[in-house]
Design a protein around this ligand. Structure first.
Ligand code: GCO
Ligand code: MG
Length: 411
């Protein structure tokens, strides 16, 4: 078998998605997600200009060899652009291999280790009544675990919460790029002391309203110093969080040592990591409880499987990043992996716009807060190219974040 074509398709059925489509001489095709939110076109160029010419003429069955060639052969290693491009190739080749075998991908990864994949959804609100409504909406949709993000008194806009409006209701996305009229990044504001004072009161109120059973999660989105994160973790202990996510900027692995010494709140990290080296200290010293990388930003199913096997040696579980800026192609690949590995933790899933479901027809299903990849051969996603072409790329940025005096802060 030979690869005869590698095409990059960009579409915006509500947000930008980048998809690689690999075609073989037998007519079998495979899809891979290469979406890098807010910097999409850099990966398009990487794939079109540098990777596609290397793929044509090669054997699609040689997944590991192709992965190593793209990773080592570029000389310039790692980084989100490179690893998103390699991820798209890896997933497209797994899609092809599984289609040729006539099996859903999870069967090639060892078969199902569970019946279905538990997810968590996003609840958010500017204030408690709005937040409670949002939690109720997620529960009504069937979710059995909920991430809690709220406004902070005195701040106009905070990550995961739109001014006066729950983002999930407003545009279907927590943390999505939101445009102002001039297509510039939205500027949010931040005050760490106000946040640290407010968040424990929110979790107390949520526990009082919804009881002790439901797993609750929270994303600090890289905003705290280690000692601030340690304090937050400790102050949230009475509310029994499933995890505290990205409590410090993720690139300093040593920071987590201090956080870990001070709190038993479980820690999750890794959505901006792109190789196992970003986790070396964190996993090796057991400083975290969940690894959060996405198939799409970690070089694909092959290296993420290796990360999970490494994490398993340290009692650490999976929690694949799954916001709406992971396309249904990347999500499908994640669900196959979730079903197959032993140390599955939870899967983030907040659904897609109707238009996205039309453009990306998929075999995976969401029922009672759980996902299943379906039994279609491959990853089980088809891209309607005609429809995709009807929703062209639109430039969009993630928000940025500033302190009261104008200083740029982590978003
Ligand atoms: C999450 C993430 C997202 C990111 C987004 C950036 O936990 O789902 O933090 O909301 O902000 O993926 O593109
Ligand atoms: Mg996050």
């Amino acid at each position: 078998m030979k690869i005869v074509d590698a095409q990059v398709i960009v579409t915006n059925p509500g947000r930008n998605f980048v998809t690689l489509k690999i075609t073989t001489d037998t007519g079998v095709t495979g899809l891979g997600d290469a979406t890098l939110n807010g910097r999409e076109l850099s990966v398009v160029s990487y794939l079109k200009d540098h990777v596609a010419p290397l793929l044509v003429g090669t054997d699609p069955h040689r997944i590991e060899d192709t992965w190593q060639l793209l990773y080592r052969g570029a000389y310039w290693r790692r980084g989100p652009v490179t690893m998103a491009a390699i991820a798209a190739v890896d997933v497209a080749l797994w899609d092809i291999k599984a289609k040729v075998a006539g099996l859903p991908l999870y069967q090639l990864l060892g078969g199902a280790s569970r019946e279905r994949v538990r997810t968590y959804g996003h609840a958010n609100g500017a204030d408690l009544p709005e937040l409670f409504d949002s939690v109720r909406a997620r529960l009504a949709e069937g979710y059995t675990a909920v991430r809690i993000q709220t406004g902070v008194p005195g701040l106009k806009t905070v990550y995961g919460v739109h001014q006066g409006t729950a983002i999930a209701e407003a545009d279907g996305v927590a943390g999505a790029p939101r445009l102002d009229q001039t297509a510039r990044p939205v500027v949010e504001d931040w005050d760490t002391r106000a946040y640290l004072r407010h968040i424990p009161t929110v979790f107390e109120a949520v526990r009082n309203e919804f009881g002790p059973e439901i797993p609750l999660l929270h994303d600090a989105h890289h905003r705290l110093t280690p000692i601030e994160a340690a304090r937050l973790g400790r102050s949230l202990e009475p509310y029994d969080l499933f995890w505290l996510e990205d409590c410090t900027p993720a690139e300093n692995q040593d920071a987590l040592r201090l956080v870990r010494e001070h709190t038993t709140t479980p820690l999750a990290i890794g959505e901006v990591f792109n190789t196992v080296f970003d986790y070396q200290t964190l996993v090796g010293e057991q400083l975290i409880d969940y690894v959060r990388s996405a198939v799409t930003h970690f070089g694909g199913v092959s290296p993420l499987r290796k990360l999970f096997d490494y994490a398993a040696q340290h009692n650490i579980k999976s929690a694949i990043h799954g916001p709406e800026d992971i396309s249904p192609v990347g999500m499908a690949a994640a669900i196959h992996l979730d079903l197959a590995i032993h140390n599955f933790g939870i899967q983030e899933y907040s659904g897609y716009t109707d238009r996205t479901h039309e453009v990306f027809q998929h075999a995976f299903t969401f029922t009672d807060g759980h996902l299943h990849p379906g039994e279609a051969p491959g990853i089980g996603v088809d891209l309607d190219e005609e429809m995709a072409a009807g929703h062209p790329y639109e430039r969009a940025y993630l928000p940025v974040n500033r302190l009261a005096d104008g200083t740029v802060h982590d978003w």
